[in-house]
Design a protein around this ligand. Sequence first.
Ligand code: FES
Length: 314
Amino acid sequence: MSRTDLSVRVSAKEMLTPSICRFELRAADGGTLPPFTPGAHVNVRGPGGAVRSYSLTDGDERMYAISVAREAAGRGGSVALVDGTAPGDTLTVSEPRNDFELLTAKRHLLIAGGIGITPMRAMFHRLRAEGGSVRLLYLTRTAEETAYLDELRDPELADQVVLHHSSEAGRLDLWPYLAEPDDGARVYCCGSRPLMEEVRALTMHWRPSRIHFEDFSGVDATANARPFRATWAPTGRTVEVGTGRTLLDALRGAGADVPSSCRSGTCGTCRLRLVSGAVEHRDLYLSEDERASFLMPCVSRAEADTITVGPVED
Ligand code: FES
């Protein structure tokens, strides 16, 4: 993790559903934590070393709260965090970063699918506290799998929250909420790829700047890929990177020692230095400024025929 790392202690841990675990994290030295805004996330290094991104659901300068969906069929990062961490343990997290900033609007429509509720919860409560006009559509399969269910089905929120469980009520038709484009509104969506694709399709007639997505599933590294040659600067060895291969795998195949974790352009672990060539950046991690000097080889590729890269520190 290249952003400033923070050492935090797990001060509380609670299963919100059979598979979603809420963690409270406090500075290991008892001090304060950097501030964050609704929609922000942190990268968390779990017990096995895997780094994953999690939205901050609530918290302040004394405590960060995250909720982690234990994905048994995933690559192990969330399982290690949920099963292998106990109150009192110390973890490393990055400083918060917000790529899903809550922008001003007369009206906000928040659409959350499953664990996509995590950034939305912080946004929803912020907008309510400010007296804003907000509606939250929260789509899950069952009530049992719905994190923050009791909180969000509070009768006081009935005119602002639509809770929809597809096992009981089938698929929610989003068209009535999106049919009329509204330049005074903003739509925020976080959830599964199919949900986000559906919202994208249903808002094609909206101004693009009014529609916002948060996607932690990362990027398809080999979609629309073209082949190129990459040179590993420390050895001068050049490898072919075919259309179905990532730069990361090609470099490793040539003996380069490049660490990785998420392999989807979100965690920052595989960062390399750009020595020469132009990069087609596909990650969700680097800032615009950082893109001039660095790249994430798990997803990014050369823009032209050749590229030369090396470790961040020589
Ligand atoms: S391995 Fe996470 S960004 Fe590349």
